[in-house]
Design a protein around this ligand. Sequence first.
Ligand SMILES: [Zn+2]
Length: 431
Amino acid sequence: MIRFYNANILMPDFSIKTGEVHTDGNKISYVGDPKQTDLNFETTVNLNGNLIMPAFKNAHTHSAMTFLRSYADDLPLQQWLFEKIFPMEAKLTPEDVYTLTKLAYAEYLTSGISACFDMYFYPESVSQAAIDTGFRTIMCGSVSGSDSKADIDSALSRLEKFYNTYKNFDKHGLVSYALGFHAEYTTSRPIMEGIAALAEQYKAPVSVHNSETAAEVAGCIERYGKTPTEIFCEIGIYKYGGAGFHCVHMTDNDLNLMKDRGCYVVTNPASNAKLASGIARLSDMSQMGVNLSIGTDGPSSNNALDFFREMYLACVLQKLLKNDAAAMPAEIILKAAFDGGAMGLNNANTIEAGNLADLTVIDLNQPNMQPQNAIVKNIVYSGSKQNIILTMINGKILYKDGEFMTLDTEKLYKEANGIIRRMANDNTNIQ
Ligand SMILES: [Zn+2]
């Protein structure tokens, strides 16, 4: 059991309560007034009036792409993806993915992130990295392919195998797997139909990149006479819910379809801005009642894994888009940042007894958090990673005062640099 005392607690209604939070195993066991207790705590943490709140949920990322951070910037998206990213990814080994995923976890912990919805390959490596670190990871299917029989068979059999291997959380409750595929423009209709059949068979949600760029939507309309969301719904991809990553170019009809199916829009404002993809209509989505969540996207397109930057951009870009400073209140974005529903994590969104102990602590004793007129506005508009002083996942403190409990970052930096040097010296796969 762990006791946090002298705390300011961010309550589910975003009021601030002074008191204590206790955890027992992987759950929150008490939230309330300071109390004399004879319970035997293994650790007690004096928060000195700092703010304890739910950790952020990174609802769309490609963690292992840390190796391509600042490798191919300032290029158009298609050239960036097909000429720079895909050839380098072809050189990755499972050991590389293990190391590079852990590098991302280190950065998530410094940003107050407790879970990620991770679309990448080598699930055995990602799963091992998550368990060894203690980081909560829901892996998302990432298959793609043409309409050749070989591609169809390979994509569907891999997806179903991975889903069945990982879907029922590991014994630590940290790692799971959701049905998903890369995108409409990289996946043939027969593969999408096969995935819809899996969704039906397992009554499972499906998550996918959706309408990230205008060109992607135009291409889909050319192929099918429909938008990606419309074709997904026609085929049955979203029958049991799921998520659309990015959702920058959505029609009102697309948003109504997402809402009707209980799907999440996962917004990635930094990546969309850097790749000039556009600004998602978050303000409209929120007013229509579409579920909203936030992701960093991968570190090669962002390039930071920093939820404060995402929240700030998610808010201020709406104001620019709508030419209205009232367009997106900070509270809606902070709620989306805590929301793990896109990855099926619904019991870690608030600090309440019985919820998973996935928490973070904000240092209020720094200049950018003072004065405390409105703490929630401070977090979204003036907050930064420097304010994160503790991150707990599944009842374990993994990061505190700049120190990592389960990661040797010096070793990780050395190994990550070694991987990219090895790739640079091996040009066999570069056309
Ligand atoms: Zn992505």
